[in-house]
Design a protein around this ligand. Structure first.
Ligand code: NDP
Length: 291
């Protein structure tokens, strides 16, 4: 492929795409963009290759080994993009996510490493490669706003501060980590679980707080883009895919298809003149957080 051809080819990266909603996103992108390149992110090479075979091994999809909880893995993925795929990027979909079903400090750390820091490091690392009119979609959850609603008034005010920086945002979570480390109730530092009888309160608190981080980060990243990067007209969105029956929730009864979740994400990729830094589900705007 000549460099001229390559520069016209759009490059899409989807993290956590070996199954679930991310897989469906890649499937749709692969059909919609026969002449572009879609990189199917998978933390495990074999699971990535199996997903590629399941897709029918289309020529426009390649596996990108990428564990978003590892800075080293993110750096390696960046090098692969630079060395093999032209060093530019048009659409980044931060979809990888986990739920840990316990309330230990390790569960809290693991949840944040993938769901929050994974998104932050991916964007910090990949954004310099993004081209004009690029899009970043940070996959979040409706539980983010529900989680903020349960936070203390002091924390709510801090999360919603329009001047909040990304390092100040990280500091807001330090109290939660310290409380869990010391065996204290997170409520003592202003973090209260969303009440839902079917779930263990604390793992939902960790998950919800990590996604609250994603929503707040999205707003900050959109606000600060022009100060940091040269690409013009870049839109950064958070998206809830809706409640879908996938492995993350044990294929819960009543969940909709992962394909519909993928459509919700792709809305933020395809809609023109989308308001920057906002949170969407199925094309409708949701509050980034709720008082
Ligand atoms: P799945 O469990 O089906 O898929 C999650 C994907 O993320 C898998 O490919 C998994 O890989 C990957 N993954 C997990 N951790 C990492 C990591 N550290 N690095 C790279 N990949 C990783 O869940 P869904 O498809 O449902 O979830 C997709 C996103 O949607 C998540 O961010 C989730 O929080 C969000 N979401 C989902 C909802 C739902 O109802 N399903 C509702 C709201 C939000 P592996 O196979 O290796 O585990």
């Amino acid at each position: 492929m000549s460099s001229k051809q390559q520069s016209h080819q759009r490059v899409f990266v989807v993290t956590g795409a070996n199954k679930g909603i991310g897989y469906e996103v890649v499937k749709k992108l692969s059909t919609n963009h026969p002449n572009d390149l879609i990189l199917l992110g998978s933390r495990d090479q074999k699971r990535g290759e199996e997903a590629l075979v399941q897709l029918g091994s289309p020529s426009n999809v390649k596996v990108l080994v990428l564990d978003t909880s590892s800075k080293k893995s993110i750096e390696q993925a960046k090098e692969e993009l630079q060395n093999k795929y032209g060093g530019h990027l048009d659409v980044l979909i931060n979809n990888a996510g986990i739920v840990k079903n316990d309330s230990s400090l390790k569960a809290l750390k693991d949840t944040f490493d993938t769901n929050f820091y994974g998104v932050k490091y991916m964007n910090d690392t990949m954004s310099p490669m993004l081209r004009d009119s690029g899009r970043i979609v940070n996959v979040s959850s409706g539980i983010a706003a529900m989680t903020m609603k349960e936070c203390s008034q002091d924390l709510k005010t801090k999360f919603l501060d329009p001047n909040l920086t990304d390092s100040q945002l990280e500091q807001l979570f330090a109290g939660l980590f310290k409380a869990v480390e010391e065996g204290k109730d997170p409520a003592t530092v202003g973090f209260n679980p969303v009440k839902r009888s079917a779930f263990d309160d604390y793992f939902l608190l960790y998950y919800g707080t990590s996604k609250l981080g994603v929503n707040t980060l999205t707003r900050i990243e959109a606000r600060d883009w022009e100060k940091k990067y040269s690409a013009k007209n870049v839109i950064i969105s958070a998206v809830c895919p809706g409640f879908c029956a996938t492995d993350i929730n044990g294929n819960a009864q009543g969940g909709r298809s992962a394909e519909l979740g993928a459509d919700s994400i792709l809305h933020a990729v395809y809609t023109e003149n989308l308001e920057n830094g906002q949170f969407w589900r199925d094309g409708s705007q949701l509050p980034l957080g709720s008082k």
